[in-house]
Design a protein around this ligand. Structure first.
Ligand code: SAH
Ligand code: SF4
Ligand code: F3S
Length: 451
């Protein structure tokens, strides 16, 4: 029996892909083990910024000692980082013997099995052969069938509803590593959700780079709102969330569907603004103006009172002036987001923004990032403090990293809530009263168990 360890970096899509790979390996008789006992370590890596890529590079370096002594572990690099720099990783580290891009996920478990069988038979050990599955055709997609039943979290699961992205925002590597946009058939998604519910899952998050484009490649008029309605009505899932919404395609039918099923469809929306300046939004190829963004926010707030609204924001895109940056600061003050995923622009090889000559110096980017984080943390604290005394139904889904006896869950609006409680409360819905609001989370006390 072979032992594997799996490390996930990056976004929820990588968590979902990782859960699927784990499920497929366990079904083939592999056992998950700590990294220092594993025959195989899979690094499912991200490429969104240089920092994400550097994490994988530095983790790869750490295998040198064990490799020298034991010729173990074999390392498989998968995910977006494999597609972007996997070849370079394999060239640098002899323990990287398997490289697969995210659109070859369906080939990974069998190929790993074959690789180890051959190695056990003494056929490849010692030579320098590396298996490469790189996604040369951006339209090809080899899926890995089966619901992810061996998950990171027992109560929560992710389900990807559409692969890839066709938007080619100036700064973004995703279309290059994840390929062209393709929606999964609705019946496959709903069936997978039912399997997960039967496996004990209570909360599902639907994933796509642009979930509201779901179905735009179908000819039958089936849309994201159709999927939301069907998922709420026919899968038995207790809570349903989704990310990410694109402001350009955010249509009223989505919030209408959400308003019909407020008990299941959590009123929380991630609507990445990226910049508050029309000039920069245009350079970014985002396809909306600040005014159009404002209209999407009004749509959400009118239909879904109390909805959580989060965003993503990049500072220091090439060409960003102090005035452009000030527009982003103003946007934070205007929209008062619950949470902002802020990032300093990081040039990605092959993208259009990386080739521009008007790059912003690192110190300027860092100063702008600090300013955004400072302002947003004040806003978030104000919002969170205003929630003291409110009551929410919360699924307690994990032990908090913060300390013993603290459990965590999320409000319907997607705010992290910490409560005191024993592990017997995990997987239960509880009624929570908020006692204190911090910058990044809420603290509360359990009033009673709901189910
Ligand atoms: N599909 C989503 C975003 C996916 S990438 C959307 O359209 O908004 C997740 C986030 O990473 C982005 O929202 C963006 O804020 C950030 N990001 C992407 N490329 C980046 C880059 N080159 N530098 C800095 N941040 C980046
Ligand atoms: Fe990247 Fe833009 Fe696609 Fe989002 S919509 S994944 S930012 S190219
Ligand atoms: Fe990273 Fe790929 Fe997700 S680049 S953010 S893991 S889609």
């Amino acid at each position: 029996m072979h032992r594997f360890a799996l490390k996930i970096y990056g976004c929820q899509m990588n968590v979902y892909d990782g859960d699927k790979i784990r499920t497929a390996l366990v079904a083939r008789g592999w056992r998950e083990s700590p990294e220092d006992e594993a025959d195989l370590v899979i690094l499912n890596g991200c490429s969104i910024r240089d920092k994400a890529e550097q994490k994988v590079w530095s983790d790869l370096g750490r295998f040198a000692v064990r490799w020298k002594n034991e010729r173990k572990p074999i390392v498989a690099v998968t995910g977006c980082v494999a597609q972007s720099v996997g070849r370079r990783m394999a060239a640098r580290f002899p323990w990287v013997r398997f490289v697969s891009g995210p659109r070859h996920i369906g080939a990974v478990p069998d190929a790993l099995e074959q690789f180890f069988n051959e190695r056990d038979a003494g056929r490849t050990i010692g030579n320098e052969e590396t298996v490469f599955f790189l996604d040369d055709d951006p339209r090809a997609f080899l899926d890995l069938p089966g619901a992810p039943t061996e998950r990171v979290n027992r109560w929560k699961a992710f389900v990807t509803i559409a692969h890839g992205c066709d938007n080619f925002c100036s700064y973004c590597i995703v279309p290059y590593v994840r390929g062209r946009f393709v929606s999964r058939p609705a019946e496959d998604i709903l069936e997978e959700m039912r399997t997960l519910v039967a496996d004990g899952v209570l909360e599902i998050t639907l994933l796509g780079q642009n979930v509201n484009s779901y179905g735009s490649d179908f000819s039958d008029g089936y849309r994201f709102s159709s999927l939301l309605r069907d998922a709420a009505a026919s899968t038995g899932v207790r809570l349903l969330r989704f990310v990410t919404s694109h402001p350009r395609d955010f249509t009223p039918d989505i919030v209408e569907a959400m308003a019909e099923h407020t008990d299941i469809l959590c009123p929380s929306i991630n609507l990445p603004i990226q910049s508050g300046s029309d000039r920069i939004l245009k350079m970014m190829n985002r396809g909306y103006t600040l005014e159009q963004y404002r209209a999407a926010v009004s749509l959400i707030r009118n239909h879904l009172p109390g909805a959580g609204l989060t965003t993503d924001l990049i500072v220091g895109h090439p060409g960003e002036t102090d005035d452009d940056f000030q527009c982003s600061v103003n946007a934070l003050r205007e929209f008062r987001f619950d949470l902002v995923h802020s990032a300093a622009y990081s040039p990605r090889e092959g993208t259009s923004a990386a080739a521009r000559e008007d790059q912003i110096p690192r110190e300027v980017k860092m100063a702008r990032l600090n300013e955004i984080n400072r302002i947003q943390s004040l806003i978030a604290r104000e919002i969170n403090e205003s929630l003291v005394g409110s009551r929410f139904s919360v699924l307690l889904d994990d032990v908090a990293p913060r300390g013993e006896g603290i459990l965590q869950g999320r409000t319907p609006s997607d705010k992290v809530v910490l409560v005191e409680g024993g592990e017997e409360l995990l997987g239960r819905f509880v009624s929570v009263e908020i006692t204190c609001g911090e910058n990044w989370c809420l603290n509360g006390r359990v009033l009673h168990v709901e189910n």
